[in-house]
Unconditional design. Structure first.
Length: 157
């Protein structure tokens, strides 16, 4: 699979800003493994950060609930120790934006839940989002986060 470089991503982003990315809810469903992160302040991918996030199996899991709403889960693992955030999401607009917030934090060791906490909802101005840029047939997803960084995920089988 060809992973786009930053220049290609910026070109795709310009197109998405002008015409929308056309990404639909059903195209987001799955487990997305984080591959590369480009910080807002630099043109270079952060190799160390990307490597560490891959080692921690950083992933974004997106599902559609029985009521048709998006459900998001963001997780990392260190061996059998897992940190997971869960909450609802929704697609808004033509670009579109994937807006979400996490309602639950869970720390588990294997199947044993060590900590589970409910999280307060952020104000609308602080609600996180991903501006979806590109989703290709080969299973890559690119987005820009609220903080301005670019991220590239691949769909895990």
């Amino acid at each position: 699979m060809h992973a786009p470089d930053r220049k290609e991503l910026l070109e795709l982003e310009q197109g998405a800003r002008r015409h929308g990315s056309g990404i639909t809810t059903t195209e987001l469903v799955g487990c997305w493994q984080l591959q590369t992160v480009w910080p807002r302040t630099t043109g270079e991918a952060n190799g160390m950060s990307g490597w560490l996030l891959r080692q921690l199996q950083a992933r974004l899991e997106i599902a559609i609930d029985t009521d048709g709403q998006l459900s998001l889960s963001n997780a990392v693992n260190l061996g059998a120790l897992e940190l997971r955030f869960r909450g609802p999401g929704q697609l808004i607009g033509a670009r579109p934006l994937l807006r979400f917030h996490f309602t639950t934090l869970c720390l588990s060791l294997g199947k044993q839940v060590l900590i589970e906490r409910h999280l307060p909802a952020p104000t609308a101005q602080k609600e996180p989002f991903f501006a979806l840029i590109h989703r290709d047939r080969n299973g890559s997803l690119t987005a820009r986060g609220r903080g301005g960084g670019l991220a590239l995920w691949t769909l895990r089988d």
